[in-house]
Structure formats: C-alpha cells, structure tokens
Design a protein around this ligand. Structure first.
Ligand SMILES: Cc1cc2nc3c(=O)[nH]c(=O)nc-3n(C[C@H](O)[C@H](O)[C@H](O)COP(=O)(O)OP(=O)(O)OC[C@H]3O[C@@H](n4cnc5c(N)ncnc54)[C@H](O)[C@@H]3O)c2cc1C
Length: 390
C-alpha cells in the first residue's frame, strides 16, 4: 500500500485549490478524480466573482479560460422593477478553468490521478485508507484526506458525515448569440420558487438557466425564454444539484476534512459555490500543513483550526441562511414592494445617507414593515452575497 502525506478526493475547484495550497508548502499530495478529463462534464453557469481572482491569485486576462468581464448586474422582480446588484464577475470556460488549476497543481508537484474513482475510505487512527474502484482495487494510506467530492457526498455519508441538505436543482441552456449586455437574475416567487432564472452573456453565446425547487424546471425555463423573447440555437444542455442551506455543521472528523460542495460551501442567496469551494479548499490545505507539522513535532494533531479559520469569514455566518429563508419565502407582493424601494439603485450598496433614504421609502410600505428583523437579515445577506455570492 502506497503511503502519502495528503490525499484529496475530487478534482473540482475545491479539491484542486486544496492541492495547490498543500503543494505550495512542499507537502507530497495525491489527488483522485473519477473522470478521465478534469473539468468535464461542465455543470455550471460559469460565473466567478472578480474577488476570487485577487484572493486566489488567478490571472483574470488568461484567454484560455476567461471569456468576458461583466460589471453590471440586474436583479429583476415580478413587475419588472430592477434592482442593481453590485456584482462584478468574469464568465469562465469552466472546463478550461478547472484544467488551469489542475496544471498549476501538477507544476507544483501534485500527482493528479484521473479515471481514479475512490470507492471506499476508512478513517483510522494511523491515517485514512483509500481504496480505488479499479481492477486491482489499489490502496493508499494518507496521513490526512480532504474530501471534495461535490454535492452528492457519497463517501462523506459512508464516513457518517451529515451530507449537505436539502439540495436545489439547476438546469441551463448554452445558447448561440448574445442575449444581454449584463448579468441578469430574475426573481418570481410563483414561477421560480426558492430560486431564479439567470442570463449570463458570453462571447457569441449566452448561458440561460433556472435554479428552483419546482420539479418542472425545464418547462419553466422554456417559458422564461418565451417571455423574454430569447431564442438562438441550443448548443448544450446541462443540469445538476446545489446544496441549498450553506455549510454543514460537522466539517472534519478524525483525519478527514470536508471542502467545497461536500461541505455545503455555497452562498444560499445566489447558490454560487466556486469561490467558497476554493476558499474552503485553501483553508483545508493550510490546516493539513499545520497538522502534519504538529504531528511530526509533538505526536498529536487537532483539525479544529480548520473550523476556526473558516469561521473568520462572513460567508459562514448564520445570517446568510436567515436571509435566504426570509427572502425565498416572501410573496410576489413583497418582492414587488422591495423592487419599488430599490428600483434602479444598488441593493447591496445601501450605506451612509442611502440607508436613511431607503428607510424613508420602507416606512411608506406596510407590506415590507411587517417583519423588520427579516428586512435586516435581507440587507446583511445581500451585502455578503455581493462579495461571496458566486
Ligand atoms: C447548473 C449549475 C450552475 C452553477 N453555476 C454556478 C456559477 O455560475 N458560479 C458558481 O460559483 N457556482 C455555480 N454552481 C455551483 C458550482 O458549480 C459548484 O459549487 C462547484 O463546482 C463546487 O466545486 P467542488 O470542487 O466542491 O465540486 P465539484 O466541482 O462537483 O467537483 C467534485 C469532483 O469530485 C469528483 N468525484 C466525485 N466522487 C468521486 C470519487 N468517488 N472518486 C474520485 N472523484 C470523485 C467529481 O467527478 C468532480 O470532478 C453551479 C452549479 C450548477 C449545478
């Protein structure tokens, strides 16, 4: 059985960023990805917050994976009110982006094994035993393991972790032609319960999708296209599930740390998870570096620092979930009033004098005033989503 200092399951953004962080600190790292090609198949709207590029030292002008930068975002409400969102993002070629991360990891010395499905894990006192689903049932022993296997969290369940729950499903068309000049999010409590439709323009193409708890999402997306008079050949159809309620409670156990979607690292307002996943991967990597050192020097380890470091970020705060629950259980009547208050102003830039002006408008609308604490959650949640939304 081959022994290794650190192993990662999952070659998505969370696992790859964890691998990069470990290798940067000189840790011998092995990453297992079940698919033959990193980044395929794509299951993503392909928008990534501009903040991620700075935080995680990603070049934002790399034409291999950066398609287009967008600094205008419209949040549309039921009766066509439009709130401006201070959300600045780059549209990615998500497959090429993941491959860029994988190449970076390999250049730093990470061994990336593709077509390597991990079938079983045993979280033991001397390390984590890893068994692959291959003809030899190959086995490895890692001192620490970062589990970034995506939203299904099958291995996490086997290890008795609570999986991210509930899930929300998303469905998207990649269409020929550019059908907008800006990022668009369309909210409607009746048509897209617990979610929205999006329009993300690219270069000669547009990603148009829906995320909702409604089961007939394809039909609802088709209706949205008709309503917005968006046509264009369908180049690709994609779908997938997304953790809906933010981070899970238990993030580590024994020698295993959870990162990315497996740990529920998704912002519950816009349901984006690339940046949160990579951030959690980076923090998990740092925690493993520290614990390897601690164990070799003092014979003990303590993964609690993973949870503590994550806890310093406001995307971990409970208020995100409170904002999510409040926002997505409002009626269209409420959303319409909210749209009126903020029409053509920035919902997530209400600061200073703007707070007083906005409060004045809120006071004139009793529908909004029924739950002032909910309004506060919403305000804070959208502020956090500006930075960590996707
Ligand atoms: C339709 C859709 C649109 C989205 N749009 C956006 C968006 O625009 N912006 C955004 O920020 N987020 C978006 N998201 C969410 C985002 O895609 C995820 O949050 C992100 O991919 C999570 O990264 P990850 O590394 O945790 O998991 P993943 O990207 O899912 O990677 C997990 C990897 O683990 C591998 N794996 C699983 N099990 C095993 C195993 N047993 N052995 C070996 N390998 C295994 C998988 O093959 C996969 O490659 C969207 C999601 C969906 C479904």
């Amino acid at each position: 059985m081959k022994e290794v200092s650190a192993a990662i399951v999952g070659g998505g953004p969370a696992g790859l960023q964890a691998a990069i962080t470990l290798a940067e600190q000189g840790v011998e790292t092995l990453l297992f990805e079940e698919h033959a090609v990193i980044g395929e198949p794509i299951q993503c709207g392909e928008g990534l917050s501009i903040h991620a590029f700075k935080d995680l030292s990603i070049p934002k002008n790399d034409e291999n994976f950066c398609v287009r930068e967008l600094d205008t975002c419209h949040l549309s409400f039921p009766e066509n009110q439009t709130i401006l969102g201070d959300i600045h993002a780059i549209m990615l070629k998500r497959d090429k982006f993941d491959q860029f991360l994988s190449d970076k990891a390999k250049d730093l010395g990470v061994k990336v094994l593709t077509s390597a499905k991990v079938e079983d894990l045993q979280n033991r006192t001397d390390g984590v035993r890893i068994r692959l689903k291959d003809k030899n049932s190959s086995e490895y022993l890692a001192k620490f393991l970062i589990l970034a296997e995506g939203p299904n969290a099958k291995l996490a369940r086997k290890l008795n972790f609570e999986p991210p729950s509930p899930m929300i499903k998303a469905y998207e068309y990649k269409l020929k032609g550019e059908w907008s000049e800006k990022l668009e999010f369309h909210f409607d409590a009746n048509k897209y319960p617990f979610g929205y439709c999006w329009v993300f323009p690219r270069d000669g193409e547009t990603n148009v999708g829906i995320v909702t708890t409604a089961k007939d999402r394809k039909q609802r997306l088709d209706n949205f296209l008709k309503l917005k008079k968006i046509s264009g050949d369908i180049l690709k159809k994609i779908g997938g599930q997304i953790p809906m309620n933010g981070p899970v409670n238990k993030l580590y156990c024994g020698r295993v740390l959870l990162a990315g979607d497996t740990a529920g690292m998704v912002n519950p307002i816009f349901y984006g998870g690339i940046r949160l996943g990579m951030t959690s991967g980076r923090i998990a990597g740092k925690s493993v570096v520290n614990n390897l050192k601690m164990e070799s020097e003092r014979g003990i380890f303590n993964l609690k620092n993973y949870e503590e470091d994550l806890g310093k970020h406001n995307f971990m705060k409970k208020i995100n979930l409170q904002a999510h629950r409040f926002f997505y259980t409002r009626s269209n009547r409420f959303l319409t009033k909210l749209g009126e208050v903020s029409n053509y102003s920035y919902i997530n830039r209400i600061e200073g004098l703007q707070i007083i002006k906005t409060l004045g408008k809120v006071l004139k609308r009793p529908t909004l005033l029924a739950n002032p604490i909910g309004l506060y959650w919403l305000y804070r949640g959208f502020m956090i989503a500006r930075d960590w939304g996707f």
